[in-house]
Ligand binder design. Structure first.
Ligand SMILES: C[S@@+](CC[C@H](N)C(=O)[O-])C[C@H]1O[C@@H](n2cnc3c(N)ncnc32)[C@H](O)[C@@H]1O
Length: 432
C-alpha cells in the first residue's frame, strides 16, 4: 500500500509517521509513504502555488496548475489508485471508509491550505473528498496524517494481532468495551470482579453488554449499523428504557382556532381516528399528555364518549393497550387552558412549538430541538393543527416553529396523524 501526500509543508510529516505501529509498518515496507512538495511542480520563478480568488473575498486560493501536474505525475494509472482531497466539505471520514480505502494500491492525498483549492481540481482529478469533522483546520496535512494512519491499520501485516482490529470500536456498529489494567484498585475504584474470574465465556458476555450500553450512551448513531442477536437487542432495549433521558413533552391537537381553505377561522370536527392514532404515537414516545382542544361542547361530548369507551367502558376488555394509550388524552376548551394545566403540573410555562406543513421564517430543525428537549428541564408543548393549519394568533405566540416534514416531491399533505408520528420519532426516538 502506497500513500502519496502532496503538500506545501513537507516538513510537517517529519515526525508524524516515525512512531509506533506506522513506523514499524514503514520499516517492514508494508506501507510506503511519500511526501511530495507541491512547489516542486510549479513553473513560476517564485514557486508560487496560490492566487487571489475570482469574484473577490478574503484569503488566497491554491492554483490548479501545480496540483494538476503533481497528480498527473504521481498517480499510477496502472494500479488501483484513488485521489483524495482533504476538505471540511467532504464526506465524514470513518472506520468503514478507512477499511474500504485499505483495498487500494495507492492513495494520493491532496492537502489544502489558505481558503482551499481551485474547484476545477476537484472536477478533473479528485475521486473522493474527505473531512475529519465539522471544524476548520488550517491545512489538509492534519487530515492526511489521520487518514494515512487509520487506513494503514487495515493493511494486512500492519497490526501484529488482527484480532485487535476486529474487537475495536466501530466494528459491527459498536464501541469497544471498557478496558482495565493493573493495579486492581486505583484511588478506590476496583476493576470489575468478572474480569478477575478467568471465566472467558462470562467475560465475553459482560464485554458485549458493556459495548452495547456504552455505544448507546456515547455514540447511538452508529447502532444503526449494528447486527445484534435478538438477545443482544433485548439488552439494548432494556438499557434504553432504564436510561431514557428525562423530558417533559406535551402535545395538543388544535381544532380551534384553525383555518379553512379560504383562510377563514373555523372550528373543525374531532376525528376518532386522530384520537386513536395520536394517543398511540404519544404513548410510544413518552409524551406526558395529549390534549384535544375544542370549545365545541358537542364535540367534547363525542370525544369523551370515545375515550371513556377505551378507558372504563367495554373497550378495556377488548384491548388494554388501547386503554393505556387513551390514558394520556385530555379534552380542553382552549390552548390557554392547556398551558395553564401544564403550568400547574410543572411549575413552569411550557415552551410552545408550532408545527406547519408550510415554510416559515427562522424555523428550528429537528436535531436542535431534540437537544433542547433533552437538555432542558422546561416543559414543551407541541401544537398540531387540523383543517388548513393553526391560526396566526396562536402561531405568533410560539417559541419555536418546527421545519415541515418533507419528501423529495411537491406533494405535502400528510395527515396530522402521520405528521405527528414522524415528528415525535425525529424528536424523541431512541434512533435505532
Ligand atoms: C482553512 S481550510 C479552508 C476552508 C475552506 N475555506 C472552507 O470553508 O471550506 C484549509 C485547508 O485545510 C484542510 N481542512 C481544514 N479543515 C478540515 C477538515 N475538517 N477535514 C479535512 N480537511 C480540512 C483542507 O485541505 C482545506 O483546504
Amino acid at each position: 500500500m502506497k500513500f502519496d501526500i502532496i503538500t506545501i509543508f513537507p516538513d510537517f510529516f517529519d515526525s508524524v509517521f516515525s512512531h509506533g505501529i506506522i513506523n514499524k509498518a514503514l520499516e517492514k515496507n508494508i506501507v510506503d509513504i511519500n511526501i511530495h512538495n507541491l512547489r516542486d511542480f510549479t513553473k513560476n520563478k517564485h514557486k508560487k502555488v496560490d492566487d487571489t480568488p475570482y469574484g473577490g473575498g478574503s484569503g488566497m486560493v491554491m492554483s490548479p496548475e501545480p496540483i494538476g501536474l503533481a497528480v498527473e505525475e504521481i498517480k499510477d494509472n496502472k494500479k488501483k489508485s484513488i485521489v483524495i482531497l482533504t476538505t471540511p466539505q467532504g464526506q465524514k471520514f470513518n472506520d468503514q471508509i478507512a477499511e474500504n480505502l485499505s483495498k487500494f494500491d495507492q492513495i494520493v492525498l491532496l492537502c489544502g491550505r489558505y481558503e482551499g483549492i481551485d474547484e476545477r481540481v476537484n472536477e478533473l482529478y479528485v475521486d473522493l473528498e474527505l473531512s475529519t469533522g465539522d471544524y476548520i483546520n488550517s491545512g489538509g496535512e492534519y487530515a492526511a496524517a489521520i487518514i494515512t494512519d487509520a487506513v494503514s491499520r487495515y493493511v494486512p501485516g500492519v497490526l501484529g494481532n488482527i484480532e485487535s482490529v476486529k474487537s475495536e470500536s466501530f466494528k459491527d456498529g459498536l464501541l469497544e468495551y471498557p478496558q482495565y489494567t493493573k493495579p486492581n484498585d486505583y484511588k478506590g475504584l476496583k476493576v470489575p470482579e468478572i474480569l478477575l474470574t478467568g471465566n472467558h465465556a462470562n467475560i465475553e458476555v459482560w464485554r458485549k453488554r458493556k459495548s452495547i450500553e456504552r455505544t448507546f450512551k456515547k455514540n447511538p448513531d452508529i447502532l444503526d449499523y449494528s447486527k445484534l442477536t435478538k438477545e443482544e437487542s433485548d439488552i439494548l432495549k432494556n438499557y434504553q428504557i432504564e436510561n431514557a433521558p428525562s423530558y417533559n413533552v406535551y402535545i395538543a391537537l388544535i381544532h380551534y382556532p384553525v383555518y379553512n381553505k379560504q383562510l377563514e377561522i373555523i372550528s373543525t370536527a374531532c376525528k376518532s381516528i386522530d384520537v386513536h392514532d395520536i394517543s398511540r404515537d404519544g404513548t410510544t414516545y413518552g409524551v406526558k399528555q395529549f390534549f384535544l382542544v375544542t370549545p365545541v361542547v358537542e364535540q367534547q361530548k363525542l370525544a369523551k364518549k370515545l375515550i371513556d369507551h377505551w378507558i372504563v367502558g367495554q373497550g378495556v376488555k377488548f384491548n388494554d393497550t388501547k386503554s393505556e394509550a387513551f390514558e394520556i388524552v385530555k379534552i380542553k376548551n382552549t390552548i390557554d387552558d392547556v398551558i395553564t394545566e401544564i403550568h400547574k403540573v410543572e411549575n413552569k410555562e411550557p415552551k410552545l412549538i408550532f408545527t406547519d406543513a408550510r415554510l416559515n421564517e427562522n424555523m428550528i430543525g429537528y436535531n436542535e430541538l431534540r437537544k433542547k428537549i433533552f437538555e432542558n428541564d422546561n416543559p414543551f408543548l407541541i401544537l398540531f393543527g387540523t383543517g388548513w393549519g393553526i391560526a396566526q394568533e396562536i402561531t405568533d405566540k410560539a417559541d419555536y416553529v418546527l421545519k415541515p416534514v418533507r419528501g423529495f416531491t411537491n406533494f405535502n399533505h400528510l395527515s396530522v396523524r402521520s405528521a405527528t408520528a414522524i415528528i415525535l420519532d425525529r424528536l424523541l426516538s431512541c434512533k435505532i
